[in-house]
Design a protein around this ligand. Structure first.
Ligand code: FDA
Length: 401
């Protein structure tokens, strides 16, 4: 039997950050993971270059049943703090798009950095290690594992969400939450491509590969607590539906059974422009649209909406042009689902923040039990926000255990 001050389960982004922080405060820490390979999600993140933070991070970039919960941790460990760590380890980085910071060389360097930070505090490792049971007896957490019994005064659960089961995601955090009586916000795939009924999608399936900048919206954007969102980003047509940053972002807000609305030509009022041009533009409709949209898409849209490709703009009735304008500026689609956890970058929902302290991440009714990272009902937008939450919540718990 081995005895520690702190056991951290899950050696991913949040778990390593938490273990290093606690260990460098002098705590005796054990870090446990069931995987054979360390931090696979960091390794594959950002196309292998890890978009490790976003310098523009604010609480508005996160979804949660309680949008205020993330504020404390995010304000106490900021993107600048993580950048300072990256600089201390002499890792090259660059800004790519809207405040997103990526490693210039490889995501491996972030993993090495976190390993070094753990080593600086003399963190003990158990990996690969499977946990059979967790009990809380006389104020001590007792873990039965396939490498022996581990006891710890504090237990941090950092096993992430359900996305990408193929590289080790499990529902461990949710099972522990349920065992100790914490509430859950229903988990669902987020930052995920959306799919459509195959028959309805058939006319668009052959547009697979086309990408363009669009504006996409879903839900209500009104009131003090809007449930919806709007993003202007790139969209990508796929065989089964839509992907690309615009769709990944909106997928986190999309509620099954509701539509998404896409403006394929943000900034151009298509109906008004076409009606105005009727007198002067002599071209066929397909050629007019191809000035603004990829040709294959312009043709696909015309056919899908029952317009002849060789119809001349001058011959079209205004009502038909308004219909076409709406189909382009307010293309309203009802996804039949998403590509699921197999392709989702993150899991929305998780441990209900009502049962956690926003300062320490400790369960309010279970002394010594902490939940951090993606396991918690705090989900970031695409663009480095999810790692920033992993670092910030990891540090918050690491300073408190
Ligand atoms: P994380 O998933 O990192 O770690 C959980 C750990 O727990 C894993 O090591 C796992 O093996 C372990 N574990 C699970 N079940 C266990 C069990 N039963 N017993 C023991 N151990 C267990 N975010 C971002 O900000 N920028 C980016 O560039 C990207 N890119 C990206 C690409 C792809 C393809 C994906 C899938 C995700 C991203 N993300 C991202 C999201 C980001 O990777 C994610 O939000 C964080 O890794 C979450 O950190 P956690 O430490 O909470 O979980």
């Amino acid at each position: 039997m081995a005895k520690f001050d702190v056991a951290v389960i899950g050696a991913g982004a949040a778990g390593m950050m938490c273990a290093a922080t606690a260990a460098q405060r002098g705590k005796r820490v054990v870090l446990i993971d069931h995987a054979g390979k360390l931090a696979e999600k960091i390794r594959i993140s950002g196309g292998g270059r890890c978009n490790f933070t976003n310098i523009n991070t604010t609480p508005a970039n996160f979804l949660s049943e309680n949008p205020h919960f993330c504020k404390s941790a995010l304000s106490r460990y900021t993107p600048a703090d993580f950048v300072a760590l990256v600089k201390k380890h002499r890792i090259g980085y660059h800004e790519k798009h809207r405040g997103q910071l990526f490693c210039t060389e490889s995501a491996e360097l972030i993993i090495e950095m976190l390993k070094d930070e753990c080593a600086a505090g003399d963190v003990h490792w158990r990996m690969p290690c499977k946990i059979a049971s967790v009990e809380h007896t006389d104020g001590v957490y007792v873990l039965e594992t396939d490498t022996g019994t581990i006891e710890a005064d504090a237990l941090v659960i950092a096993t992430g969400g359900l996305s990408i089961p193929k590289i080790g995601a499990t529902d461990f955090s949710y099972r522990i939450a349920s065992q100790f009586g914490l509430r859950m916000v229903e988990p669902r795939p987020a930052l995920v491509p959306l799919t459509f009924d195959p028959q309805a999608w058939a006319p668009f399936a052959e547009l697979s590969g086309i990408a363009l900048e669009v504006e996409v919206a879903t839900g209500s954007l009104k009131g003090r607590n809007p449930t919806g969102a709007r993003f202007r980003e790139d969209l990508l047509f796929t065989h089964r539906g839509l992907s690309g940053p615009a769709i990944l972002q909106i997928s986190s807000y999309w509620i099954p059974g509701t539509p998404i609305v896409i403006d394929l030509l943000p900034g151009i009022d298509v109906a008004a422009t076409l009606i105005e041009g009727k007198g002067t533009i002599k071209k066929q409709l397909g050629n007019v649209l191809a000035q603004w949209l990829p040709t294959r898409l312009a043709e696909g849209l015309l056919l899908a909406h029952g317009f002849a490709l060789d119809a001349r703009l001058a011959d079209m009735q205004d009502a038909k042009l308004r219909e076409l304008g709406a189909a382009i500026n307010q293309w309203t689609l009802s996804p039949n689902g998403s590509e699921g956890y197999r392709k989702a970058e993150v899991t929305r929902g998780g441990i209900d923040t009502r049962d956690l302290s926003q300062q320490t991440m400790m369960a309010t009714k279970v002394p010594g039990l902490y939940f951090i990272g993606e396991a918690v009902d705090v989900t970031g937008w695409l663009g480095g926000y999810n790692f920033q939450w992993a670092w910030a919540s990891g540090v918050a718990a690491g300073q408190a255990v």
